[in-house]
Design a binder for this molecule. Structure first.
Ligand code: ADP
Ligand code: ADP
Length: 237
Protein backbone atom coordinates (compact mmCIF):
# COMPACT_ATOMS: atom_id res chain seq x y z
CA UNK A 1 0.00 0.00 0.00
CA UNK A 2 1.25 3.48 -0.89
CA UNK A 3 -0.01 6.41 1.15
CA UNK A 4 0.45 10.10 0.47
CA UNK A 5 -0.25 12.16 3.56
CA UNK A 6 -0.49 15.91 2.98
CA UNK A 7 2.33 15.76 0.48
CA UNK A 8 3.63 18.97 -1.02
CA UNK A 9 6.64 19.70 -3.18
CA UNK A 10 7.94 23.18 -3.80
CA UNK A 11 10.97 23.36 -6.08
CA UNK A 12 13.89 25.54 -4.98
CA UNK A 13 12.83 28.23 -7.47
CA UNK A 14 9.40 28.44 -5.79
CA UNK A 15 7.44 26.43 -8.37
CA UNK A 16 4.77 24.29 -6.72
CA UNK A 17 5.03 20.73 -8.02
CA UNK A 18 2.56 19.11 -5.62
CA UNK A 19 0.06 20.85 -3.39
CA UNK A 20 -1.26 18.87 -0.41
CA UNK A 21 -1.79 15.44 -1.97
CA UNK A 22 -3.65 12.76 -0.02
CA UNK A 23 -3.91 9.39 -1.71
CA UNK A 24 -3.96 5.70 -0.94
CA UNK A 25 -3.01 3.14 -3.55
CA UNK A 26 -3.73 -0.49 -2.71
CA UNK A 27 -1.42 -3.41 -3.48
CA UNK A 28 -1.97 -4.75 -6.98
CA UNK A 29 -3.76 -1.68 -8.31
CA UNK A 30 -3.17 -0.43 -11.85
CA UNK A 31 -3.48 3.32 -11.59
CA UNK A 32 -3.06 5.83 -14.37
CA UNK A 33 -2.24 9.43 -13.56
CA UNK A 34 -3.41 11.94 -16.14
CA UNK A 35 -3.01 15.67 -16.49
CA UNK A 36 -1.63 18.28 -18.81
CA UNK A 37 2.07 18.93 -19.08
CA UNK A 38 3.19 20.63 -15.87
CA UNK A 39 0.30 19.24 -13.79
CA UNK A 40 2.69 17.42 -11.45
CA UNK A 41 2.51 13.82 -12.71
CA UNK A 42 6.23 13.33 -12.91
CA UNK A 43 6.83 15.04 -9.58
CA UNK A 44 4.24 12.79 -7.93
CA UNK A 45 5.73 9.61 -9.34
CA UNK A 46 9.32 10.55 -8.59
CA UNK A 47 8.51 11.54 -5.06
CA UNK A 48 7.50 7.94 -4.28
CA UNK A 49 11.02 6.54 -4.61
CA UNK A 50 12.55 9.88 -3.63
CA UNK A 51 14.08 10.65 -6.97
CA UNK A 52 12.58 14.01 -5.97
CA UNK A 53 12.44 15.00 -2.32
CA UNK A 54 9.09 16.30 -1.10
CA UNK A 55 9.07 19.42 1.02
CA UNK A 56 6.08 18.62 3.22
CA UNK A 57 4.09 15.60 4.39
CA UNK A 58 4.88 11.91 4.30
CA UNK A 59 4.84 9.04 1.86
CA UNK A 60 4.42 5.60 3.37
CA UNK A 61 4.88 2.24 1.75
CA UNK A 62 3.24 -0.65 3.57
CA UNK A 63 2.95 1.58 6.59
CA UNK A 64 6.63 2.57 6.63
CA UNK A 65 7.65 6.12 5.88
CA UNK A 66 10.03 6.28 2.93
CA UNK A 67 10.23 10.01 3.57
CA UNK A 68 11.97 9.34 6.89
CA UNK A 69 14.02 6.33 5.75
CA UNK A 70 17.79 6.62 5.67
CA UNK A 71 20.78 4.55 4.57
CA UNK A 72 20.30 0.81 4.28
CA UNK A 73 16.59 1.06 5.03
CA UNK A 74 16.04 3.53 2.19
CA UNK A 75 18.02 1.31 -0.19
CA UNK A 76 15.91 -1.68 0.78
CA UNK A 77 12.69 0.23 0.26
CA UNK A 78 13.89 1.50 -3.12
CA UNK A 79 14.76 -2.01 -4.19
CA UNK A 80 11.05 -2.81 -4.17
CA UNK A 81 10.33 0.03 -6.60
CA UNK A 82 11.05 -0.32 -10.32
CA UNK A 83 11.15 2.80 -12.45
CA UNK A 84 10.37 3.09 -16.14
CA UNK A 85 11.14 6.27 -18.04
CA UNK A 86 9.99 7.82 -21.29
CA UNK A 87 13.55 7.64 -22.62
CA UNK A 88 14.10 3.99 -21.49
CA UNK A 89 17.32 4.85 -19.59
CA UNK A 90 19.24 1.80 -20.78
CA UNK A 91 23.01 1.64 -21.08
CA UNK A 92 23.20 1.82 -24.86
CA UNK A 93 26.47 0.13 -25.69
CA UNK A 94 26.10 -3.02 -23.63
CA UNK A 95 23.93 -6.09 -24.05
CA UNK A 96 20.28 -6.31 -23.18
CA UNK A 97 21.12 -8.95 -20.58
CA UNK A 98 23.63 -6.63 -18.88
CA UNK A 99 20.98 -3.96 -18.73
CA UNK A 100 18.50 -6.32 -17.12
CA UNK A 101 21.17 -7.55 -14.70
CA UNK A 102 21.51 -4.00 -13.44
CA UNK A 103 18.15 -4.65 -11.77
CA UNK A 104 20.02 -7.08 -9.48
CA UNK A 105 22.55 -4.51 -8.23
CA UNK A 106 20.68 -3.85 -4.99
CA UNK A 107 20.98 -7.52 -4.03
CA UNK A 108 24.78 -7.68 -4.05
CA UNK A 109 27.89 -5.98 -2.75
CA UNK A 110 29.27 -3.05 -4.69
CA UNK A 111 32.30 -5.13 -5.66
CA UNK A 112 30.20 -7.91 -7.17
CA UNK A 113 28.30 -5.45 -9.28
CA UNK A 114 31.39 -3.42 -10.24
CA UNK A 115 33.08 -6.53 -11.52
CA UNK A 116 29.88 -7.72 -13.14
CA UNK A 117 30.13 -11.04 -11.30
CA UNK A 118 26.48 -11.90 -11.06
CA UNK A 119 25.59 -15.44 -9.95
CA UNK A 120 24.05 -17.88 -12.42
CA UNK A 121 20.67 -17.61 -10.70
CA UNK A 122 20.59 -13.92 -11.53
CA UNK A 123 21.18 -14.63 -15.19
CA UNK A 124 18.39 -17.22 -15.16
CA UNK A 125 16.07 -14.72 -13.50
CA UNK A 126 16.93 -12.03 -16.06
CA UNK A 127 16.36 -14.37 -19.00
CA UNK A 128 12.99 -15.30 -17.51
CA UNK A 129 12.14 -11.63 -17.14
CA UNK A 130 13.01 -11.07 -20.80
CA UNK A 131 10.85 -14.03 -21.73
CA UNK A 132 7.90 -12.53 -19.90
CA UNK A 133 8.04 -9.48 -22.15
CA UNK A 134 8.68 -11.62 -25.24
CA UNK A 135 12.16 -10.40 -25.96
CA UNK A 136 14.31 -13.27 -24.74
CA UNK A 137 15.91 -13.70 -28.18
CA UNK A 138 17.44 -10.21 -27.89
CA UNK A 139 19.33 -10.98 -24.66
CA UNK A 140 22.74 -10.78 -26.32
CA UNK A 141 22.02 -7.87 -28.65
CA UNK A 142 23.33 -4.44 -27.86
CA UNK A 143 20.60 -2.35 -26.24
CA UNK A 144 20.86 0.41 -28.83
CA UNK A 145 20.22 -2.05 -31.66
CA UNK A 146 16.65 -2.49 -30.45
CA UNK A 147 13.59 -0.48 -31.48
CA UNK A 148 12.05 1.94 -29.01
CA UNK A 149 9.28 -0.48 -28.06
CA UNK A 150 11.77 -3.29 -27.55
CA UNK A 151 13.97 -1.05 -25.39
CA UNK A 152 10.99 -0.17 -23.25
CA UNK A 153 10.25 -3.86 -22.79
CA UNK A 154 13.86 -4.33 -21.67
CA UNK A 155 13.33 -1.67 -19.04
CA UNK A 156 10.21 -3.52 -17.88
CA UNK A 157 12.32 -6.71 -17.69
CA UNK A 158 14.86 -4.80 -15.60
CA UNK A 159 12.12 -3.91 -13.11
CA UNK A 160 11.05 -7.57 -13.03
CA UNK A 161 14.64 -8.70 -12.44
CA UNK A 162 14.74 -6.24 -9.59
CA UNK A 163 11.76 -8.17 -8.15
CA UNK A 164 9.99 -4.87 -7.73
CA UNK A 165 6.69 -4.90 -5.92
CA UNK A 166 5.83 -1.49 -7.31
CA UNK A 167 6.40 -0.22 -10.86
CA UNK A 168 6.41 3.50 -11.52
CA UNK A 169 6.21 4.32 -15.21
CA UNK A 170 6.74 7.98 -16.13
CA UNK A 171 5.25 8.58 -19.59
CA UNK A 172 6.49 5.15 -20.72
CA UNK A 173 4.91 5.40 -24.17
CA UNK A 174 5.34 9.09 -24.91
CA UNK A 175 8.04 8.47 -27.51
CA UNK A 176 6.47 5.37 -29.10
CA UNK A 177 4.19 4.94 -32.11
CA UNK A 178 0.56 3.84 -31.58
CA UNK A 179 1.15 0.13 -32.23
CA UNK A 180 4.20 -0.08 -29.98
CA UNK A 181 2.38 1.96 -27.37
CA UNK A 182 -0.27 -0.76 -27.18
CA UNK A 183 2.34 -3.52 -26.88
CA UNK A 184 4.08 -1.78 -23.99
CA UNK A 185 0.81 -0.95 -22.22
CA UNK A 186 -0.35 -4.55 -22.74
CA UNK A 187 2.89 -5.80 -21.18
CA UNK A 188 2.51 -3.52 -18.16
CA UNK A 189 -1.10 -4.56 -17.68
CA UNK A 190 -0.37 -8.27 -18.08
CA UNK A 191 2.47 -8.12 -15.56
CA UNK A 192 0.22 -6.29 -13.15
CA UNK A 193 -2.39 -9.03 -13.50
CA UNK A 194 -0.04 -12.02 -13.50
CA UNK A 195 2.33 -10.91 -10.75
CA UNK A 196 0.16 -8.48 -8.80
CA UNK A 197 2.77 -5.72 -9.05
CA UNK A 198 1.27 -2.38 -8.03
CA UNK A 199 1.60 -0.21 -11.12
CA UNK A 200 1.36 3.54 -11.47
CA UNK A 201 1.60 4.95 -14.98
CA UNK A 202 1.73 8.60 -16.04
CA UNK A 203 0.01 9.27 -19.32
CA UNK A 204 -1.10 12.42 -21.01
CA UNK A 205 -3.73 10.78 -23.23
CA UNK A 206 -6.99 10.22 -21.42
CA UNK A 207 -8.16 7.75 -24.09
CA UNK A 208 -5.26 5.44 -23.37
CA UNK A 209 -5.82 5.86 -19.63
CA UNK A 210 -9.48 4.86 -20.04
CA UNK A 211 -8.54 1.78 -21.98
CA UNK A 212 -6.04 0.40 -19.46
CA UNK A 213 -6.67 1.82 -16.02
CA UNK A 214 -9.06 0.58 -13.39
CA UNK A 215 -8.53 3.81 -11.50
CA UNK A 216 -7.64 7.22 -12.89
CA UNK A 217 -6.14 10.04 -10.87
CA UNK A 218 -6.36 13.44 -12.50
CA UNK A 219 -3.90 16.15 -11.55
CA UNK A 220 -4.04 19.86 -12.19
CA UNK A 221 -1.61 22.41 -10.78
CA UNK A 222 -0.23 19.88 -8.32
CA UNK A 223 -3.63 18.90 -6.91
CA UNK A 224 -5.84 15.86 -7.30
CA UNK A 225 -8.89 16.98 -9.27
CA UNK A 226 -10.26 13.52 -10.02
CA UNK A 227 -9.83 10.12 -8.43
CA UNK A 228 -12.10 7.30 -9.39
CA UNK A 229 -13.06 4.47 -11.66
CA UNK A 230 -12.57 4.82 -15.38
CA UNK A 231 -16.28 5.17 -16.23
CA UNK A 232 -16.50 8.45 -14.36
CA UNK A 233 -13.45 10.08 -15.93
CA UNK A 234 -14.37 12.65 -18.56
CA UNK A 235 -12.23 14.83 -20.77
CA UNK A 236 -12.90 17.71 -18.39
CA UNK A 237 -10.64 16.23 -15.76
P1 ADP B 1 4.09 16.77 -15.50
O1 ADP B 1 4.86 15.53 -15.26
O2 ADP B 1 2.63 16.62 -15.20
O3 ADP B 1 4.35 17.36 -16.83
P2 ADP B 1 5.92 17.92 -13.60
O4 ADP B 1 5.78 17.12 -12.38
O5 ADP B 1 7.08 17.67 -14.51
O6 ADP B 1 4.56 17.86 -14.43
O7 ADP B 1 5.96 19.46 -13.22
C1 ADP B 1 5.10 20.04 -12.27
C2 ADP B 1 5.48 21.50 -12.10
O8 ADP B 1 6.76 21.56 -11.49
C3 ADP B 1 5.61 22.26 -13.41
O9 ADP B 1 5.22 23.59 -13.17
C4 ADP B 1 7.09 22.18 -13.73
O10 ADP B 1 7.51 23.25 -14.54
C5 ADP B 1 7.69 22.25 -12.35
N1 ADP B 1 9.01 21.58 -12.25
C6 ADP B 1 9.30 20.30 -12.58
N2 ADP B 1 10.59 20.02 -12.34
C7 ADP B 1 11.12 21.16 -11.84
C8 ADP B 1 12.41 21.54 -11.39
N3 ADP B 1 13.43 20.67 -11.38
N4 ADP B 1 12.59 22.79 -10.95
C9 ADP B 1 11.55 23.67 -10.93
N5 ADP B 1 10.32 23.39 -11.33
C10 ADP B 1 10.10 22.15 -11.78
P1 ADP C 1 9.01 15.81 -18.77
O1 ADP C 1 8.85 15.68 -20.26
O2 ADP C 1 9.45 14.55 -18.08
O3 ADP C 1 7.85 16.48 -18.08
P2 ADP C 1 10.34 18.33 -18.79
O4 ADP C 1 10.69 18.59 -20.22
O5 ADP C 1 9.15 18.98 -18.17
O6 ADP C 1 10.27 16.75 -18.58
O7 ADP C 1 11.59 18.64 -17.88
C1 ADP C 1 12.87 18.18 -18.18
C2 ADP C 1 13.76 18.43 -16.97
O8 ADP C 1 13.69 19.79 -16.55
C3 ADP C 1 13.34 17.60 -15.76
O9 ADP C 1 14.50 17.18 -15.08
C4 ADP C 1 12.54 18.57 -14.91
O10 ADP C 1 12.65 18.25 -13.54
C5 ADP C 1 13.20 19.89 -15.23
N1 ADP C 1 12.24 20.99 -15.22
C6 ADP C 1 10.97 20.98 -15.66
N2 ADP C 1 10.37 22.16 -15.46
C7 ADP C 1 11.30 22.95 -14.88
C8 ADP C 1 11.31 24.30 -14.42
N3 ADP C 1 10.24 25.07 -14.48
N4 ADP C 1 12.45 24.77 -13.87
C9 ADP C 1 13.52 24.00 -13.76
N5 ADP C 1 13.58 22.72 -14.18
C10 ADP C 1 12.49 22.21 -14.72
Amino acid sequence: MIQFEKVSKVYPNGTVGLNNINLTIQPGEFVVIVGLSGAGKSTLLRSINRLHEITDGHIKIDGKSITAARGAELRRMRRDIGMIFQSFNLVKRVSVLRNVLSGRVGYHSTLTTLLGLFPKEDIELCLKALERVNIREKAYSRADELSGGQQQRVSIARALAQEAKIILADEPVASLDPLTTRQVMDDLKRINQELGITTIVNLHFIDLAREYATRIIGLRAGQVVFDGPVEEATDEK
